[in-house]
Ligand binder design. Sequence first.
Ligand code: GLC
Length: 492
Amino acid sequence: MTTEEKQISDKIRVLYITPECTPFAHSGGLGEVAGSLPGALNRLRPSAKDPHSRFDCRVIMPLYSRVPEKYRSEMKFLGYTQVAVTWRQQYMGLYELHHDGVTYYFIDNEYYFSRENLYGYFDDGERFAFFSKAVFAALPMLGFEPQILHANDWQSALVPVWQTAFYHLPGIKTVFTVHNIEYQGSYAYSFNDDVLGLPAEEVRLVEFNGGINLMKGGIECANIFSTVSPTYAEELKDPANAFGLDSIVRRNEGKMKGILNGINTKDYDPAHDPYTAASYSAAEPDGKKECKKDLQQYLGLPEREVPLIAMISRLVSAKGVDILQQVLDSILEARDVQFVLLGTGNPLYENWFRGLETRHPDRVRSLIMFNIPLSHQIYAGSDILLVPSRSEPCGLTQMIGCRYASVPVVRATGGLKDSITDCSLGEGNGFTFDAYGPEGLQDAILRAVDHYADHDNWKKLMIHDMREDFSWNVSAREYRGVYESLVQPEEA
Ligand code: GLC
């Protein structure tokens, strides 16, 4: 064995299975996590305490039509095969791409993945059942033998199920991470005969309340099941938060971990951000003023020294839009503030925000769109960032807000509670409220606005927030512990 081969065999090999991943195709937080955790793991160096902990973590995802041409043109075709989805024989092509220290594999099938959006189709269940099966079909073609298959959310929840019920591949362990329990992949019982084809004695793995529930199967079958913050892990045991799956969570509590996500501090770096008007940092914070002016100009709002409040979010009920609707008009009437929204979602919410802009034309902008460069401009140009979620498994925007000194106002739930502490408690980094409702939210926003008026203290708070370490360094080490507990280092 050459030294290089030995080093590779010493590494713990993980295949990270995800329905989305930056910078190729993503729609939310899972895509950002998939785009940064594997690289962070690969960069971890072994310590004297953990001599074996080197990782080769690779990623596999669907080849959606929106994956940009600049990446496609660099991909290497590894081969193709057929994948059975019960009676259907479907083509699967496999591509490989090396990008920024990580090897990515892409599953190609135009019928399933050449569509405008990632999700939201009548046959999503079939599309991702295909994807999960295709992962197994791809294994012999990768030139890489993973020891751990790490699946994420309902779209890949079938991976641990297939391994338990069907493949039984030796030497392979599975991890399943729930990024959001609200989306479970639930179908009628007939989905098994039509799409899954699990034998009668194994259907119980995915059977739930008389139907089929893919997330339930992932939780039951994985060797370790994790979620994206310690508080969310606790919350999921409670019927009020688990969308019906609390009993399944409690039953699997012994193998459950809650690990807070990190953010990609290279992509989100106010000192080197290609999308912003000026650079700044905790050491040299002044550039933020220029970013704010630039944002006000861009939005056509008066360039005034008033708190600029932002929200960057999918517009769905879990994000707290309903309580925001009850307080924003009165806050805009009571205080001299500006407000900008960036996001898309429920058309009722979208229209409400359009109406808010019409009612306050010189104070409010509602940008109903998904736009990455603009989101960076808003993080950099705003003073206060709202994340009033009813439920938030982890949440990334509050951490990005800190990094850009846009001070978060959050509801203390899930990962928001684990990352933001209220300024009234001394060394806080934001403003929080507990009970979900308009009163708490209004109070927290007004406290932030009042704090802003005290310029010296606000500046201290901004610098404190920019110094917070929300990088993957800490969390990647926790994943390392999870993987190591499943794999015995190989002897050379
Ligand atoms: C989901 C959750 C969000 C979390 C993200 C990444 O989008 O809703 O809270 O930050 O996944 O884990």
